[in-house]
Every structure is written in structure tokens, then in C-alpha cells.
Design a protein around this ligand. Structure first.
Ligand code: PEP
Ligand code: MN
Length: 339
């Protein structure tokens, strides 16, 4: 059960509400986000919700029986929109492209990528400075000095930044230089990190775990929301299956299912999803047809020289063609009335 409270609910009214819920054996959790104030009630007993909904200080009440609640669409029917400012919005009919290298490598690389994005009207640049790598001997990122450089170049040109945070301890030092914190697939159930990102007033791009179910992804998002941060995007990036012919099994089905179950925007990552450069374009377009609110894609001036994930990275010309086709496909989807 989700109870949305009036912002100016009195302490006595809140006490009365909690007592009523405790009396019917409901466990209550108080949630204050950057926008709203809620009580989440978890219990089994059937009761007439009007008896609670009519108490003073209550704005709204909804029965949500799923394990995830605040991220559920049963409660908030309208799609959430993430507003990054400067007219960069994601969700609720706003389609966005996020593009850039797997890893931030050098000043020159950032400058070239920013120029490429500007020329193509892409407003958000991706790039990792903390890289989760399967081998400890692989390139693991430039860290904060790289992020500062990334920030400086992007700010000059009005480009927003999405970059991965791997540990709670990194959040504070990254905060000023980030527009969207990315949670990688390997950290999708790092509950301490999710808790901490709930206390941060910056949007989060939450990736699905390598073997994560849709339910687990939504519950991971619930960790962030219930700790205070409503600005979350879900990202389908492929899961590990028995198939070995490509890097991951991009779960196109997850897109309409997530959109049905949650009000949060859904982003598709075709680069990690298939892991094969020449097929990135077609699966990206498939994701848009399936209803994705945005695409995050790896691009590099010279993919064969990229420090990481070159095999799935598009070069600039291929990427430009993809952006155009993504926009056309997004328009086409709307034109044929797919909801
Ligand atoms: C990445 O975006 O480069 C990345 C490491 O992604 P994932 O967490 O999905 O593997
Ligand atoms: Mn990568």
C-alpha cells in the first residue's frame, strides 16, 4: 500500500496514521523524496482503504501488492519524465540518445566525441571513468581526473554526462561533475550503493543485472526511490543466457513489460546487448519499436583503438546514421499509434 501524504501533514496526524496501520499488523516505512512524502504499508490483512484514505493529512492511497511499490505503474499511471534541464528530457514521449565511448581515454578523445555529438544534435554523452572489468589487467578508467576533463569539455558545449559509479565512496567526489549516475549491471543489486544513490539528488540510470530478472530490476529501483530519489531510468542491456553466439541476450521483451509495470523511463543499450558492432544498429531500432524512451550506445572515432569494448563500438559515421534512423523510427512508432 502506498499512502501519499500532504506535504504539511502534522506530526500528530502522522502518528495517528501509523498507529492505525500498526493496529492491522501493517509494517510502515516513511519515505521522503525530493518531491513527495509517503508511507509504505506492507501487510496481509484485508481492510477498507477508505477508512485510512479519509484521515486528515492524506492526499492519496493505493493498494499495490507487488514487492516493488513506488516504481509501480499501478500507483502512478502517468509516465515519469526525467528533466536534466536545458530542454533535455527523457520519458513521457521525450526520446533521447546517449552516446560516447565505453571508457573516457584522453582529452583529445573527449573533444572529438563532443564535436561529433554536437554535429548530430545528441545532448547526452556517455563514458566511464570507473570501469568494471572482468580482468584486473584491463584498463580500469581514468578516475576523477578523467571525469573533470569530461565535465569541462561537455559543459563548454552544453552536453550532459552519464557515467558509472561503482562504490558508495565515489559518489561525493563525482557529484559535481555528473548529470546522470549510471549503476552498472554488476552493481544492479549492490543494495548499499542503491541506498546511497537514493539520497542523491541526481538522476540514476539503473542497468539490469547480468542474470537479473525484471522483478529484481524493479526492486533495485525501489531501493533508490524509497531512499528519496524519484529520478530513475531503467536500462535493458542484455542478460546472460545459454546462447554463446553473441555477448548477451538483449531482452527486447523487457521493454514493453517494464513500461507496463513501471512509470519509469526505459533505456535500451544495444552495444552491450548484442556486443557485435555490425548488429548494434538493428537491435537498437528494434528497441525503439518495442517502446524504449532512449538508447545508450558506444561510439568512438576509431573503435579498433578503443581502450575497452571496441568490438561493439560504432565509428562516427555509423553512429550518425544510427541517430538519424533512431529518430525516424521513434517518429514512425508514434505515427502508427503504438502506445
Ligand atoms: C558500460 O556501460 O560500459 C558497462 C560496463 O555496462 P554494463 O554495466 O551494462 O556491463
Ligand atoms: Mn562498455
Amino acid at each position: 500500500m502506498i499512502i501519499q501524504l500532504d506535504q504539511n501533514i502534522e506530526t500528530a496526524q502522522l502518528g495517528q496514521l501509523k498507529e492505525k496501520l500498526n493496529n492491522i499488523q501493517y509494517k510502515t516505512t516513511e519515505v521522503k523524496t525530493q518531491f513527495n512524502h509517503y508511507i509504505i504499508g506492507v501487510g496481509k490483512k484485508e481492510f477498507d482503504i477508505r477508512a485510512i484514505g479519509t484521515l486528515p493529512g492524506i492526499r492519496d492511497i493505493h493498494r499495490v501488492s507487488d514487492a516493488y511499490k513506488l516504481v509501480s505503474r499501478k500507483w502512478r499511471v502517468a509516465e515519469s519524465v526525467i528533466d536534466l534541464g536545458d530542454d533535455v528530457k527523457i520519458g513521457g514521449g521525450n526520446f533521447q540518445i546517449m552516446a560516447g565511448p565505453c571508457s573516457i581515454e584522453s582529452e583529445e578523445q573527449i573533444e572529438k566525441t563532443v564535436a561529433h555529438l554536437k554535429a548530430n544534435g545528441v545532448r547526452i554523452m556517455r563514458g566511464g571513468v570507473y570501469k568494471p572489468r572482468s580482468s584486473p589487467y584491463s584498463f580500469r578508467g581514468l578516475g576523477i581526473p578523467g571525469l573533470k576533463l569530461f565535465y569541462q569539455k561537455c559543459r563548454e558545449e552544453g552536453i550532459k554526462i552519464v557515467t558509472e559509479v561503482m562504490m558508495v565512496e565515489q559518489i561525493e567526489s563525482m557529484f559535481d561533475y555528473v548529470d546522470i549516475f549510471q549503476v552498472g549491471a554488476r552493481n544492479s543489486q549492490n543494495f548499499n550503493l542503491l541506498d546511497a544513490l537514493g539520497e542523491v539528488d541526481k538522476p540514476i540510470l539503473l542497468k539490469r543485472g547480468i542474470s537479473g530478472t525484471i522483478n529484481e530490476l524493479l526492486q533495485a529501483a525501489e531501493y533508490i526511490f524509497s531512499n528519496g530519489n524519484e529520478r530513475i531510468m531503467l536500462c535493458e542491456r542484455g542478460i546472460r543466457s545459454y546462447e554463446q553466439a553473441y555477448r548477451n541476450t538483449l531482452d527486447i521483451n523487457a521493454i514493453p513489460i517494464l513500461k507496463e509495470k513501471s512509470h519509469l523511463p526505459v533505456i535500451i543499450d544495444p552495444s552491450h546487448g548484442i556486443g557485435v558492432r555490425k548488429h548494434v544498429e538493428s537491435v537498437a531500432l528494434a528497441g525503439v519499436i518495442a517502446g524504449a524512451d532512449g538508447v545508450i550506445v558506444e561510439v568512438h572515432e576509431t573503435p579498433e583503438k578503443a581502450f575497452s569494448d571496441g568490438q561493439q563500438t560504432l565509428e562516427f559515421k555509423e553512429a550518425s546514421r544510427l541517430y538519424e534512423r533512431l529518430r525516424q523510427t521513434s517518429g514512425f512508432r508514434r505515427s502508427i499509434g503504438l502506445a
